[in-house]
Write a protein that binds this ligand. Structure first.
Ligand code: EPZ
Length: 418
């Protein structure tokens, strides 16, 4: 297993360009199965999750390769609708291929994705929606065997929760279904808007993406096109939290800085100074962060659950007490036990974390419990006294491109050890 060794207590100072979005590119790669021909995606991040998605595309019979941030997918040769257990194990969010496989082949087989480090991750909303669109789904033995004998037909679907993945699967399945689909209580995350933009550029007729009601008029055929992947609003927040806790300075190059609006005000509440001009986001950390008070994670445009760990680290070294309520996933505080080893004063009661800020954290040996908890532990290590070793960093490699290289550019003393 590889690990990071981080020497703390130095201010970061520098400029980086924000990577392409992991949660944006994955549904786009699934969408490429729907369009017969070669789709080109520019600005893709090099991540193990992206590699896993490319492995799935290749297994399905597509020609898929990533070179210098560009992924070309020619799905004209796609001839399989099954995703093996091994491929599903590599990345549980492979369930996002379900809608595209049904749209392309009228069939889909995969093992149920199962839970992960942060929660059970049920897919009931996905399956209910696919059935509403005409799919027959057998779920026995942890396998999903789906078919739509009469083809997919538009339907009215109300989601009991604005699930991002379910919304993506519905758009993918509905855009070539017969007739119109009306989706109520859709997820409003930017990744939904980006997916709809790509599908519409391929000839789909989707309106209302980014709102709670989305209308899809089924079309017969989609033609491949080129797309520049939006940059990663979650990764950007992690890098900003590094400037915050080290009292450093950071300039991020990121189009659509408005995607960061759900977190900007909270950074400013802690005393950080943020200046946004065009695609340049400048943040200056405070010498000692002030408390931000309470955060509740919510569906977009509420505070993103994926940024919760970043703000817990900021709260750990802020003046005063902060509270974080995690409303989206049931097990997303696993990093807290590791932060406590570094001297953080955090109490957890169910989905509520109460964090008493301390003046300094101390280096320790910690283990990354999941993707966002892992990256947050590295940020904590940057402002801790002494050396911190972060183990199991394969979690971090899923979502942060060239993480230690980017941090070295910012002056962080970090090295990867195999
Ligand atoms: C996406 O996961 C993201 N992953 C997650 O990012 C992100 O945290 C999440 O959206 C919320 O923003 C990708 O895009 C690959 P959901 P997803 O369906 O689609 C419940 C990261 O760190 N639910 O909106 O799985 C579910 O249990 C990852 O990059 C059902 O009950 O999120 C959860 O409590 C982590 N039934 C809530 O909804 C369902 O059928 C939100 O899940 C589906 C979801």
């Amino acid at each position: 297993m590889s690990r990071f060794v981080v020497e703390g207590s130095n201010r970061i100072d520098g400029k980086i360009r924000v990577q392409g979005s992991k949660n944006g590119v994955l549904p786009l790669l699934s969408a490429s199965v729907l369009v017969s021909g070669e789709s080109v995606f520019k600005g893709c991040p090099e991540l193990t999750d992206v590699k896993a998605a490319i492995n799935i595309l290749t297994y399905l019979g597509c020609r898929a390769e990533q070179k210098d941030g560009v992924i070309c997918v020619d799905s004209s040769g796609a001839d399989k609708f099954t995703i093996t257990e091994e491929l599903m194990r590599e990345m549980r969010s492979s369930v996002v291929f379900l809608g595209a496989l049904l749209g392309r082949f009228g069939r889909a087989e995969m093992s149920a994705p199962g839970g992960c480090e942060i929660g059970l991750r049920p897919i009931d909303l996905h399956l209910e929606a696919m059935r509403a669109l005409g799919a027959v789904i057998d779920e026995t033995g942890g396998k999903l065997v789906c078919s739509c004998p009469q083809g997919l037909k538009g339907a009215r679907i109300s989601l009991s929760f604005p699930s991002v993945g379910a919304t993506e699967n519905i758009l993918l399945a509905a855009c070539t279904a017969k007739g119109e689909t009306l989706l109520i209580n859709a997820a409003r995350e930017p990744e939904i808007i980006e997916l709809a933009d790509f599908l519409n550029a391929c000839g789909a007729k989707i309106s209302g993406a980014g709102e709670s009601v989305i209308r899809v008029e089924g079309v017969d055929k989609l033609c491949p096109c080129e797309h520049s992947v939006w940059q990663d609003r979650i990764a950007a927040t992690t890098y900003m939290s590094a400037a915050a806790v080290t009292g450093g300075r950071l300039e991020l190059e990121m189009n659509r800085p408005s995607l960061l609006l759900p977190v900007i005000e909270l950074f400013e509440k802690t005393g950080c100074v943020i200046d946004i001009k065009g695609s340049k986001i400048n943040i200056k950390g405070a010498s000692r962060l002030k408390k931000f008070g309470i955060i509740r994670t919510m569906p977009y445009p509420g505070f993103p659950t994926d940024s919760q760990a970043d703000f817990a680290v900021m709260a750990s070294v802020a003046q005063g007490t902060c509270t974080i309520v995690e409303n989206i996933f049931e097990n997303r505080f696993k990093y807290v036990s590791q932060l406590r080893k570094m001297g953080a004063q955090i109490r957890i009661e169910n989905r509520v974390a109460v964090i008493e800020g301390v003046s300094r954290l101390s280096g320790a040996n910690v283990v990354s419990p999941d993707l966002r908890g892992g990256s947050a532990l590295v940020v904590a290590a940057m402002c801790a006294d002494g050396i911190t070793v972060v183990d199991d960093i394969y979690h971090i490699d899923r979502g942060y491109e060239k993480f230690e290289e980017q941090l070295k550019i910012l002056g962080v003393k970090i090295k990867r050890e195999e």
